[in-house]
Design a protein around this ligand. Structure first.
Ligand SMILES: CC(C)(COP(=O)(O)OP(=O)(O)OC[C@H]1O[C@@H](n2cnc3c(N)ncnc32)[C@H](O)[C@@H]1OP(=O)(O)O)[C@@H](O)C(=O)NCCC(=O)NCCS
Length: 163
C-alpha cells in the first residue's frame, strides 16, 4: 500500500469514478457518496485540509479527509474508508497517523471524529487508535441514527472518557 497526499486542487475524472466505485462497494447510497465527493473537492486547495489516498497498484483502496480548525486548534476527520478486501491489515491506522502528522505540524491539540453509534467496527477502530468517546448526539445522522464523537488529545493525560 502506498500513501499519497492529494496536492491538486481538483479531483481527476478518473479519481471521482474510483472513489464512487469504492463507496458503492462499501454500501453507501448516492446521497452519501455525493456528499463525500463534494467534501473532498472543497478540501482540495485549502491549506487547513488534507486528503490522503491509500493506493494499491494505482487503484484507490481507501482515503482519509481531515480539516484543521484554527479557532480551537483541533482537527476533524471527515471521511475514512478502506476497501473491504484490504481491511484489518493496518491501512486505516496508517492514514490516521498521516493525519496526525499533518495536525501536529499545524500545532493542533488533537483530533476528533463523528461516526454512527451502530458502526461497531468504526467505534472499535477509533478506541484502538487512542481515541476516547466524548459524547453521543441523538438522531445526529437521521431519525433513530445517533452519532458518537471520539476525540484524541495529543496531551494523553487528558484523554478521559466523558460518558
Ligand atoms: C473502520 C475502517 C476504516 C477500518 O479500516 P482498517 O484498515 O481495517 O483498520 P485497521 O486495519 O487499521 O484496524 C485497526 C484496528 O481497528 C479495529 N477494527 C477494525 N475493523 C474492525 C472490525 N470489523 N471489528 C472489530 N474491530 C475492528 C481493530 O482493533 C483493528 O485491529 P486488529 O485488526 O489488530 O484487531 C474500515 O473498516 C472501513 O472502511 N469501514 C467503513 C467506513 C467506516 O466505518 N469508517 C470509519 C468511521 S468514519
Amino acid at each position: 500500500m502506498r500513501i499519497a497526499r492529494v496536492s491538486s486542487t481538483k479531483l481527476l475524472e478518473e479519481e471521482v469514478i474510483r472513489i464512487r466505485r469504492l463507496l458503492e462497494l462499501v454500501g453507501w447510497n448516492n446521497q452519501q457518496i455525493n456528499g463525500q465527493l463534494e467534501g473532498i473537492e472543497k478540501f482540495l486547495g485549502d491549506k487547513n485540509c488534507v486528503v490522503i489516498f491509500a493506493l494499491e497498484d494505482d487503484e484507490i483502496i481507501g482515503y482519509i479527509t481531515a480539516q484543521f480548525y484554527t479557532w480551537n486548534k483541533l482537527g476533524q476527520i471527515h471521511g475514512l474508508v478502506i476497501h473491504p478486501d484490504h481491511r484489518r491489515i493496518g491501512f486505516a491506522s496508517q492514514l490516521v497517523k498521516e493525519v496526525e502528522v499533518f495536525m501536529r505540524t499545524n500545532q493542533a491539540r488533537g483530533i476528533y471524529v463523528d461516526t454512527p453509534t451502530n458502526n461497531a467496527s468504526g467505534c472499535t477502530f477509533y478506541k484502538n487508535n487512542g481515541f476516547r468517546q466524548a459524547y453521543v448526539m441523538p438522531d445526529y445522522y437521521d431519525d433513530g441514527i445517533d452519532g458518537v464523537t471520539f476525540i484524541k488529545l495529543f496531551n494523553k493525560e487528558r484523554n478521559l472518557s466523558y460518558c
